[in-house]
Design a protein around this ligand. Structure first.
Ligand SMILES: [Mg+2]
Length: 221
């Protein structure tokens, strides 16, 4: 009895703390600059249009493909489609637009070593390369659902992630700012998922307001 109880505790101990990236560790500034500044600007130059005309056209193109299609997430796909050249060189120029939330780096530093830190993001790897440039050293694993599994963050994605991390879902805590992709999907397989609602708009009493509050919960587990 005692043995089985202690086994249960060991089995449910937190092994991995998993983070979403955009809206959680970093703001969406970098992505916005790519989709709504750089691409329309280059499109305007390439096709001799005003910035406004180019913006209208590319928004129409984004919407007509839709975010359920995996190509939609692929910057090079759009660069090729619009004949704009190499996306990676252009993205490098936007590195200064990557912006961390004020508490992110100190929280990562604090939790690093306490448990294994991991990333579960829907952003493609070419984005993560920039978004995590200053913090990648804290993470033992980085998963991109779109690049690694060609899907958004579904339960299947989280199952695969746990399999690769060699842990049970109950040994993982995840935090992110998307109710479906960061809470409902992971929670449905037993991951302890925390909804990050920075603006407090959801009214959800279980939501955390920033990563410092999340870290306090982790330390108390
Ligand atoms: Mg997010």
């Amino acid at each position: 009895m005692i043995q089985s109880e202690s086994m249960k505790i060991t089995q449910n101990a937190i092994e991995v703390v998993s983070f979403d990236v955009e809206g959680t560790l970093v703001t969406t500034d970098f992505s916005y600059a790519i989709w709504f500044e750089m691409i329309p600007q280059r499109y305007a130059e390439r096709w001799d249009l005003s910035f406004e005309e180019a913006t209208r056209k590319i928004k129409w193109e984004y919407d007509s493909l839709g975010d359920q299609q995996i190509d939609w997430y692929d910057v090079q796909y759009w660069f090729t489609r619009f004949d704009l050249g190499k996306a990676d060189i252009a993205m490098e120029g936007l590195q200064p637009r990557v912006k961390y939330y004020p508490e992110t780096k100190s929280v990562l530093k604090k939790l690093d070593g306490v448990c294994k830190l991991s990333v579960a993001s829907g952003s493609p790897r070419p984005f993560l390369k920039h978004l995590l440039r200053d913090t990648a050293h804290h993470f033992s694993s980085i998963f991109s659902s779109t690049s690694d599994f060609q899907q958004v963050k579904t339960t299947e994605f989280y199952k695969n992630m746990c399999r690769q991390l060699l842990v049970e879902p109950e040994q993982v805590v995840h935090v992110g700012d998307h109710l479906q992709f960061d809470c409902l999907e992971p929670a449905s397989i037993g991951i302890r998922a925390y909804y990050l609602d920075r603006e407090g708009k959801s009214g959800d009493p279980a939501a955390v307001r920033d990563l410092a509050q999340f870290a306090k919960i982790i330390n108390g587990l």
